[in-house]
Design a protein around this ligand. Structure first.
Ligand code: ADA
Length: 543
């Protein structure tokens, strides 16, 4: 759903996007019919962008009437904030936790008219992911598309396409997972690679074949191949790219070649659309990122839409995908609920995004208190969860506590967030900091792991200039970023830099210390107008 190419030729699908009925409520009590005072709400969208709802983070009902000619349907939701409880004709189908990943219900129903109702619970606290006080806007609502599919007896739930390169050939493994209404298995299976049939016969979960003389997917050279799977009457088309990722002697390698990571942290956010960014604006962000000379985007701080991932795939840009576990403090790290939610969110992210070649690393969490033993237990649990499904990509997390961090040995890449020159410290403190980092890496026996500066920068108010180098001016931000990028370039153990951040983004939870209610550290403003820092960064990355 929501891809830049057609995922099905056989499966009959219809988007349920458009006007739904909507009503905010105080409790999660079930509501069985559309209330008279429900109002129109466009799906997908973020409800906070409706007048009067900017600061609303509670419960809301969505209702949609639809009709179908099938007795077997799939209802898929691209993303719904917080907890979504889904009802069909008043009967609970189930619920989903996790905001940024897709979920589906298969339903045996009757031909004709139906009422689909969704209760969205956008509350947050210290055990939700993200927690209440996170530094981006926690938009509420059904913010990615909803799809209705009519199927026969079985349907393809997902497919994992993995491979091993041997010379120019790829040994490919296609693992298909089908669902069925009557505990039947699929009978027949066809797998096509690059338009040619590589398997046709009895259904089996795993098909292996050798793809000869493939062109590699590489940074800036995005060779892509389509894989088409047909199981009985259902089908699924996905797109892959062949590339090998490795880390060695402090270097990050793509296809055996060390790559210097040059990137930005990017929130999926637009002032007028929230997380529900129109595709032409995604495309524009990609163009800007390329113009800047970047080869890498960190999806801070949550799984991005599939369409954005497709743009990255087809532009040869690398991506770091993570779940929104942000800034968790010592007192919540041992919470079984938090850990369980985190593992579920990781599992869904990795399974749903596995086939994207642009994703070159998974991020476990961001700025949690990695100085304590509980963080080690949680980090290990998350790492094991991901590695049980994907051993092809390195793992990382962003630490702001590098000096006392207890978890560095658990991941493959060390990523450091540091704001010297903005929060508190004088610029010179960077030199001492770099020395401490080097000593720490040695002391922990992790000097052979690549190190990325995953966040650094300063806020600047768009259009604020002075003759002097004072904080909040465009000059200060541009100068600081130039200093930092120069320093990182000269520091031998650093293999990449990710500027915080691509553009200014709406935030709320950190309260009054965020001028305008925005995190203003963008090198573009929220409407993507470049600040001086844009040109300063471009000098380093592109020229
Ligand atoms: C942290 C955090 C970001 C942002 C940043 C800042 O590093 O990971 O999400 O809040 O600080 O602007 O202070």
């Amino acid at each position: 759903m929501d891809r830049l190419f057609c995922e099905h030729k056989l499966r009959k699908t219809e988007l349920l996007d458009g006007l739904w009925k909507f009503k905010t409520v105080d409790t999660d009590d079930a509501v069985y019919s559309i209330p008279e005072d429900a109002v129109d709400m466009y799906v997908p969208s973020c409800w906070n962008l409706r007048l009067g709802l900017l600061d609303y983070h509670g419960f809301a009902w969505y209702f949609k009437e639809f009709s179908t000619d099938s007795e077997n349907i799939l209802l898929s939701f691209g993303a719904v904030s917080g907890i979504a409880k889904v009802y069909l004709d008043g009967e609970l189908l189930g619920s989903h936790y996790g905001s940024y990943t897709e979920f589906t219900f298969n339903v045996k129903t009757t031909k004709g008219n139906h009422l689909l109702s969704v209760l969205v619970d956008a509350h947050s606290d210290n055990e939700t992911i993200p927690k209440e006080a996170a530094d981006w806007y926690r938009y509420g609502g059904i913010f990615r598309s909803v799809e209705l599919a009519e199927i026969k007896d079985i349907w393809i739930k997902k497919c994992k396409i993995s491979y091993n390169m041997s010379g120019n050939n790829a040994d490919v493994k296609v693992e298909t997972d089908v669902g069925s209404f009557d505990c039947k298995s699929a009978e027949n299976l066809t797998v096509k690679f690059d338009g040619k049939t590589v398997y046709k016969g009895k259904y089996k979960n795993t098909v292996e074949f050798t793809a000869k003389n493939v062109q590699l997917w590489d940074v800036g050279k995005p060779n892509l191949y389509y894989v088409e799977i047909i199981a009985d009457n259902d089908d699924l088309i996905d797109r892959i790219g062949f590339r090998e990722i490795a880390t060695r002697n402090g270097e990050f390698l793509i296809n055996g070649r060390p790559v210097e990571i040059k990137g930005v942290n990017h929130h999926e956010d637009w002032p007028d659309f929230g997380h529900c960014v129109p595709k032409q604006l995604m495309e524009r962000d990609i163009d800007i990122i390329k113009d800047l000379g970047c080869n890498f985007v960190r999806g801070s701080h949550y799984p991005n839409s599939k369409a954005f991932m497709d743009y990255l795939d087809q532009n040869g840009l690398m991506f770091w995908s993570e779940i929104p576990l942000w800034g968790a403090k010592e007192d919540t790290l041992a919470s079984p609920l938090l850990i369980e939610r985190g593992c579920t969110m990781h599992r869904e992210m990795v399974e749903q995004y596995y086939n994207h070649p642009s994703i070159v690393m998974w991020g476990l969490h961001n700025e949690i208190d990695t100085r304590v033993e509980d963080a080690r237990i949680l980090t290990k649990e998350f790492a094991d969860t991901i590695r049980s499904y994907d051993t092809s990509r390195p793992l990382t997390y962003a630490t702001d506590k590098i000096q006392d961090d207890l978890c560095l040995d658990l991941v493959d890449i060390i990523s450091i967030n540091k704001y010297i020159g903005w929060y508190g410290f004088k610029l010179d403190a960077w030199y001492e900091f770099m020395q401490t980092v080097e000593e720490k890496l040695k002391a922990d026996g992790v000097s052979d792991k690549p190190v990325i500066m995953s966040e650094f920068g300063a806020a600047a108010m768009y259009g604020y200039h002075t003759f002097d180098n004072v904080k909040w001016t465009e000059e200060y931000q541009a100068n600081l970023l130039s200093f930092e990028l120069e320093l990182f370039k000269k520091t031998s153990f650093i293999c990449g830099s990710l500027v915080w951040q691509f553009c200014d983004v709406r935030t709320s939870a950190k309260g009054t210390d965020r001028a305008r209610g925005f995190n203003n550290k963008g090198i573009l403003n929220e409407y993507r107008k470049p600040k001086m820092a844009y040109h300063a960064v471009k000098k380093f990355f592109a020229e």
